[in-house]
Write a protein that binds this ligand. Structure first.
Ligand code: AMP
Ligand code: MG
Length: 307
């Protein structure tokens, strides 16, 4: 019999406790600057231990993924949001590295195309949802519709909305629509888990400088990112309101301190682990009749062995 590679009850409880301070309780009014420190890290963890922990954790995540895929009942959607240089790409690379690529789909969302603008604003996200048994990762997500679109309302102008959908209260309405959509997904077997990589302004400055100084990173740098940095306070406000309005019992937000990349990755791994532990996917059971059939087939195959 294979050993059970899942987290045991004690480990599951530790993980839940570890991520609890990052979770935005439904209904809580978040003021990002006061409530969440981008430099926070758990006292008991150093970088070395943390990296070892992540490696072990990734192996266990892979086992949960195999079960999820075999069961084909539930799916998981991870939404990753951050300001530029927040570490979304690196988090995806590190945390998902042990998973089977057949069962993971990463979708990145950029400035919407003409075709996308010709549809309702959730359309393009709905097309990239994971299937049952799959883990979908949104690198940026439908939350851009209440973040960049809010900070730069000319984006809203391009969405060709009817006047009734543009009036006062457009953001509150979008929060509600997003909450409803996620509730629908959750009720139908798709767990939505949302992570915000919370970076400090100073750490962003350092990372931008590195993108300029290190030739291999130049491609990651764009002058537009520095322009966006000029809207820092607007983004902090938009993020705070969005976190306050859309962290729900069925699809909670986690605010991950992102100034230390290694710690942010452990947090992301722990949140995904917690989600999968909650689903507790199981390999399908084979019934007595099917087992008898297997035994028959086995006999036939064994009889075919070369002499
Ligand atoms: P990157 O993730 O660095 O490749 O950049 C993608 C760009 O697309 C960012 O500048 C986002 O602000 C922008 N973007 C993503 N979603 C939307 C959206 N719904 N409307 C407008 N801009 C968007
Ligand atoms: Mg960028």
């Amino acid at each position: 019999m294979d050993e059970d590679l899942r987290f045991d009850g004690a480990r599951a409880a530790q993980i839940a406790e570890f991520i609890e301070p990052l979770r935005v309780a439904p209904g809580r009014r978040v003021r990002l600057a006061e409530d969440f420190d981008p430099r926070y890290k758990a006292d008991f963890l150093g970088k070395k231990d943390g990296e070892a922990l992540l490696r072990t954790g990734i192996g266990v995540l892979a086992e949960y993924q195999r079960r999820l895929a075999a069961q084909e009942t539930y799916g998981v959607l991870v939404c990753l949001q951050a300001l530029d240089a927040g570490g979304k790409d690196g988090t995806i690379r590190h945390v998902m590295s042990g998973l089977n690529p057949q069962g993971v789909r990463v979708s990145s969302f950029k400035v919407p195309s003409a075709e996308e603008l010709a549809h309702d604003y959730l359309w393009r996200y709905a097309q990239r949802l994971p299937g049952r048994g799959e883990i979908g990762i949104f690198n940026r997500s439908h939350y851009e519709e209440v973040l960049v679109v809010r900070v730069h309302p000319d984006n809203l102008d391009r969405q060709k909305l009817p006047p009734s959908a543009r009036r006062e209260g457009v953001w509150e309405r979008r929060y509600r629509e997003i909450n409803d959509w996620e509730r629908y997904l959750s009720d139908n077997g798709f767990k939505v888990v949302k992570m915000f990589l919370n970076l400090s302004k100073e750490e962003q400055r350092k990372r931008f400088l590195k993108r300029i100084d290190v030739p291999e990173r130049n491609w990651k740098f764009s002058a537009a990112d520095v322009r966006e940095r000029g809207f820092w306070d607007d983004y902090q406000r938009a993020f705070s309101e969005m976190l306050s309005a859309t962290s729900t019992a069925w699809a909670p937000w986690y605010v991950i301190p992102a100034d230390r990349k290694w710690f942010a990755r452990i947090c992301a791994g722990a949140i995904l682990a917690h989600t999968l532990i909650g689903i507790d996917p199981a390999y399908p059971e084979v019934g007595d009749e099917a087992r008898r059939d297997l035994a028959e087939i086995k006999k036939v195959l064994e009889a075919e062995a070369p002499l």
